[in-house]
Design a protein around this ligand. Sequence first.
Ligand code: GSH
Length: 189
Amino acid sequence: MQIALAYKGLEFEKIYVALEKLENRKRPFLAINPYGKVPVLKDGDFILSESVAILRYLEEKYPDTPKMFPSDLETKAILNQMAGQCETEFCFPGSILYFAKRFVPEEKWDLKRMKDSSKKIQKHLAILNQKLEGKEFLTENKFGFLEVLYAPFLANIGYMEVELPENVKSWIDRVLEQGFVKEGLKKDS
Ligand SMILES: N[C@@H](CCC(=O)N[C@@H](CS)C(=O)NCC(=O)O)C(=O)O
């Protein structure tokens, strides 16, 4: 979400929710998102969670800022397909590894679940590698919505115990070197 805000040049205030202290699983955060997940956007009195919903909202609310979505129907449909695959095949298994390694003592790791997650990500990266053949970015060959969605996880790819296929590796470097990605990923505490 912060990357999208930076990409669109929108001003925002970050409020850090300390996942390592489980602040997201307690009140007052649970009153904001009962599922205990970040990110959450607060725009005036309007509160919204779920990254994809937030990015769509920002795109529609601020039409005069740089666009993240293509306008062509089929290109947008493929983007939606890939956004779903990004969430289920990459972000979700990625968060299993990330949270275990960041916040759970090693003796409590569910090694089978972690290994299965790594395998799932590896398969996803092989498919992504084919899609990236001869391309710099995933949609219309320019930085866009999918890169915004992937970026926070790409920045933590080291936790995922995977080998990076060549096209994926250069795409990750390309995504992470964008100024607004650096800006959006800046730690707030
Ligand atoms: N589908 C949600 C997933 C959000 C999500 O899993 N957030 C993670 C951080 S990346 C989280 O808040 N995890 C805390 C927890 O599960 O306790 C989205 O895209 O916003």
